[in-house]
Design a protein around this ligand. Structure first.
Ligand SMILES: C[S@@+](CC[C@H](N)C(=O)[O-])C[C@H]1O[C@@H](n2cnc3c(N)ncnc32)[C@H](O)[C@@H]1O
Length: 175
């Protein structure tokens, strides 16, 4: 069965969250998710920056906006995982979650409504210390894929990096 990871980023605020929400999207794409849904304020510019990265560096990865996060969670047919410092440590629950193939990974922003904790299947902590949605998402995906996401091949890329010990080498991909 195909693995499908969708990330839901709650509570985006125009201006204030542009950089961190962009980073949530970049991490989602680079670490193996196929889709990100932004809720909160609609921010075409921020979403376009992720779409442009996908055009250049490959996918598949889709970026969508949904105003109503409650409907996103309610209508999602797979397993809903909320990343929160108050949850069950990832190391205690990862083998159970790894068996699931269609996952909605929810990350918060400034304030997460308390309802979220009750409508999900799992509240998962990446340490029980406060840090960041970007770091929490990266570590969750790394644990979920057991590191295999580091070797992911991206389709339809225009650009490709040729790894160097020193310096930078980028090649255009011939179609
Ligand atoms: C900067 S935190 C703010 C959380 C906010 N104080 C609240 O109401 O929960 C933003 C997001 O980062 C993620 N996060 C931060 N620390 C985490 C941790 N230790 N484990 C899992 N996720 C974490 C959560 O998704 C959280 O909603």
């Amino acid at each position: 069965m195909v693995t499908m990871i969708t990330v839901l980023r709650l509570g985006h605020r125009l201006g204030r969250d542009a950089r961190i929400s962009t980073h949530v999207g970049l991490v989602a794409r680079a670490f193996g998710a196929q889709k990100i849904i932004y809720s909160g304020d609609k921010d075409e510019k921020m979403m376009n920056s992720i779409k442009n990265v996908t055009k250049e560096w490959g996918g598949p990865f889709s970026v969508v906006y949904q105003k109503n996060w409650k409907n996103v969670i309610k209508n999602f047919s797979g397993v809903k995982v909320h990343l929160t410092m108050y949850g069950i440590p990832i190391q205690e629950i990862k083998s159970e979650i790894r068996r699931k193939r269609n996952i909605l990974v929810i990350v918060g922003g400034e304030k997460v409504p308390s309802e979220v904790y009750h409508v999900v299947d799992y509240n998962v902590a990446i340490t029980n210390q406060p840090h960041s949605e970007v770091a929490a998402l990266a570590v969750f995906l790394h644990k979920y894929f057991s590191g295999k996401e580091l070797e992911k091949k991206f389709k339809g890329a225009k650009l490709k990096i040729i790894p160097q010990e020193k310096g930078k080498k980028v090649e255009e991909v011939r179609k």
